[in-house]
Ligand binder design. Structure first.
Ligand code: G3I
Length: 334
């Protein structure tokens, strides 16, 4: 067991500290996960295509392993995710002639999916990302065009929350998105969630994915997003935090180790972010990293395939990085 102070203790008075896991990393990162984190999210294993590849076939083995791991170690579980345009098998949207199904058929299929998945983990999963990334990144359009909108306009969003609430009335239901601190997208997310609340849709929180990098977003934009979302009276969670060492436009593929200064700059950014988050610990209930250590991060494959990245608090060998030490120094009660 690592000797350093546990993140979950450092922030015990502020929020849960989570990590995304896979059915592999609950083994390869077991001691790191159980020492530092008190919440986990399945990185892929609960997504539609993972658990429901065919209409008559549910495959819960890997998702179950993750929930069992959390139960064994007394960790909270966030559920990710029920309605998304990615990692959703096409059968959901199509009939036997490969034509898009009617609204009524889509609603019945997604109702049944949500009932089965949320119902299975009732009591184990305390919060669900019910709807993920439906807002359009650019332009004036509110929603991203997808099979969901083609079939069902915008009403599928409210339906998904209603079905999830029926399946587990105690679960906290979240709308989750990225670029959440960008001013124009922030305003669109606010508009969507406000319209759901105005219609009495059961929604309890907004997930800020927080896929950030050393240069973006600014602390002012993060603060503005938190304030705006919190003004809706909902709880907030950072659901997928990581800090890439590259600007998004930087497509270099030749770096095999961080450049001098990168990890120090990352440590400064993480420290500033957590100081800010602590100011809002009455509205922020959890901060989940999208991975536990740099040996397993989606950013080592995106946006440049196979390019290494070092976005998390622990290195490839699970040793604390400069950013970890900055956060440990924020502990005021240990
Ligand atoms: O499982 C297959 C494997 O069988 C196959 O050999 C291999 C070849 O590419 O692919 C494997 O699937 C990959 C899967 O991750 C599991 O590792 C997919 O290609 C890959 O696209 C997929 O990426 C995931 C991505 O979502 C898909 O959109 C990332 O792991 C996951 O971190 C990422 O997570 C998303 C959140 O759900 C939503 N917010 C953004 C975040 C980052 O993109």
């Amino acid at each position: 067991v690592p000797a350093e102070s546990a993140l979950k203790d450092i922030f015990a008075e502020d929020f849960h500290i989570g990590a995304a896991v896979s059915s592999n990393t609950i083994k390869s990162q077991e001691s790191l996960l159980t020492h530092h984190f008190n919440s986990i999210t399945a990185e892929n294993e609960m997504k539609f295509a993972s658990v429901h590849p065919e209409e008559e076939l549910y495959t819960f083995e890997e998702a179950d392993q993750i929930v069992d791991f959390a139960r064994k170690h007394g960790m909270a579980v966030r559920g990710h995710t029920l309605v998304w345009h990615n990692q959703t098998t096409d059968w959901l949207f199509r009939d036997e002639q490969n034509q898009l199904v009617s609204k009524a058929v889509l609603y019945e299929r997604i109702r049944s999916h949500i009932q089965t998945v949320v119902g299975r983990y009732k009591g184990d999963i305390y919060a669900w990302d019910v709807v993920n990334e439906v807002i359009a990144d650019d332009g004036d359009q509110l929603l991203r065009t997808s099979s969901w909108t083609e079939i069902a306009g915008d009403e599928f969003i409210a339906k998904a929350f209603e079905y999830a609430h029926a399946a587990d009335p105690n679960a906290l239901l979240f709308y989750n998105d990225y670029n959440e601190s960008h001013p124009s997208k922030r305003d669109k997310i606010y508009t969507l969630v406000k319209s759901l609340l105005d219609r009495g849709v059961p929604i309890h929180g907004i997930g800020l994915q927080a896929h950030w990098n050393l240069f973006n977003p600014s602390l002012d934009d993060i603060r503005a997003a938190i304030e705006k979302y919190a003004s809706l009276g909902l709880q907030l969670q950072l659901t997928e935090l990581d800090v890439s060492v590259f600007r998004f436009e930087d497509k270099r593929a030749d770096l095999t180790e961080p450049e001098p200064g990168m990890l120090e700059q990352q440590a400064e950014f993480y420290e500033a972010v957590f100081k800010l988050l602590k100011e809002y610990s009455d509205v922020i209930s959890a901060v989940t990293f999208w991975g536990a250590a740099d040996d397993h991060t989606w950013l080592s494959d995106f946006p440049v395939r196979g390019r290494k990245n070092w976005p998390l608090l622990f290195d490839e060998r699970h040793r604390p990085k400069p950013a970890y030490y900055r956060l440990a120094a924020l502990a005021n009660h240990l």
